[in-house]
Design a protein around this ligand. Sequence first.
Ligand code: AMP
Length: 299
Amino acid sequence: MRLLTTLNDLRDERAAWQRTGATVGLLPTMGYLHAGHLSHAHAARAENAIAVASIFVNPTQFGPNEDLARYPRDLERDLALLDGAGVDAVFAPTAAAMYPADFNTWVEPSGPLTERLEAAHRPGHFRGVATIVAKLLLLVAPTRAYFGQKDAQQVAVVRRLIADLNLPVELRVGPIIREPDGLAMSSRNVYLHGEARAAATALSHALEAGRAAWESLSAPASAESVREAMRAVVAAEPLAALDYAEVCDPDTCLPLTTAQAPALLAIAARIGPTRLIDNYLLRADGSWEIGHRVNELGQ
Ligand code: AMP
C-alpha cells in the first residue's frame, strides 16, 4: 500500500492509474477508522481495480466551537487497517497543502439542504464538506466514490454536488454499521464512557420507536406522530439533549407532513459535549435501510 502525502505524489500515482485505464474507488474519511469506514474500503476493493482512501481532518467543515483540535487521530493504526482491507493507496495530505494561505474558492451548496437539520446546527459545515469533496474528487478522479448512509444529509449534498457540477463519478452509498447494541459507529464514540456510552443508545432506540410508530399508522397518517415517538425516547434519557428528530424527504431534507415513503428518519442529540447523529431510511418501495450491527456482518 502506498502512502501519498503530497499533491505531487498523488498526481504521479493518478497518472499511473490513468495510463492503465484502471477503475479507481475512493473513500474519503477523516481517519480514526472503524468497521463503518472499512465496509466502504471492502466495497471499493471489490468494485474497482484500484482502491484509494483519503484521510484528512477537514478543518473547514468544523465550526469555531466544535471538536477540530481534539478530533481523534491515529494514522499508524488507520494505515494498518486499510492495508488489511486491501486498499492500494492512502492520500493523507496536510491542511496547508489542501488550504494554502491564499486559498479563496469555495463550493457553496444552497437550497433547503443548507438550511435544515445538520446545516441549521452547524453553520458553514456543508460548505466545508462540499469544498473538500469536490477537491478530492478532482484530485483523485475516481470512477466511484464511497460514502456512508450514516451521514444521510452529506450523501444528499454530495449527490447534488456531483449532479450540479457534472462530476464524472459514480456515487456509492453503504449502510450504517452499528455497534452490537445498535449505536451507530463513529470516530466520536471514543469520547463516550460509562453512563454516557449507555445513554448514547437513545438515538438508535428513538429511531426504532419511530419505525414502530410508522408501522402502526393507518395510512395516510401524520408524520408528526413519528417525530413524537422519537422525541419521547430521547426525553426519557436524562443524559441526552435532542437537537432534532425529523421525518423528511431523503433528497431535499424538507419535512414531510404525511408519513409516506420515501422518508428519512433523522436524529441528532448531544450526550454531554458529544454530538451524535443517526438515521433510518424508508425507501420508495417501502423497505427500511437501518444498517447492520457489526456482530451480524459475518466478516
Ligand atoms: P468520517 O471519517 O466520519 O468523515 O466518515 C467517512 C465516511 O465513512 C463517510 O462517508 C461516513 O458517512 C462514513 N461512515 C461514518 N460512520 C459510518 C458508519 N457507522 N457506518 C458506515 N459508514 C460510516
